[in-house]
Design a protein around this ligand. Structure first.
Ligand code: SF4
Length: 51
């Protein structure tokens, strides 16, 4: 079921709701891959899983 609290446009993820741009998980982990994070591109969804 889509979670209206987590908007997402990563349709390639197996957790994406597809019919609507939302995630189906109840919780996601947002991660950073630059420390300290200085821009939005430095952050990612750590709960992504390939379709
Ligand atoms: S797990 Fe992350 S990338 Fe995948 S649909 Fe949910 S928010 Fe998007």
């Amino acid at each position: 079921m889509a979670n209206s609290s987590i908007g997402c446009n990563v349709t390639e993820c197996k957790h994406h709701a597809k019919s609507i741009n939302q995630c189906t998980l109840t919780h996601i982990e947002v991660t950073k891959h630059k420390n300290p994070a200085t821009c939005s591109e430095c952050t990612d969804c750590g709960s992504f899983e390939k379709q």
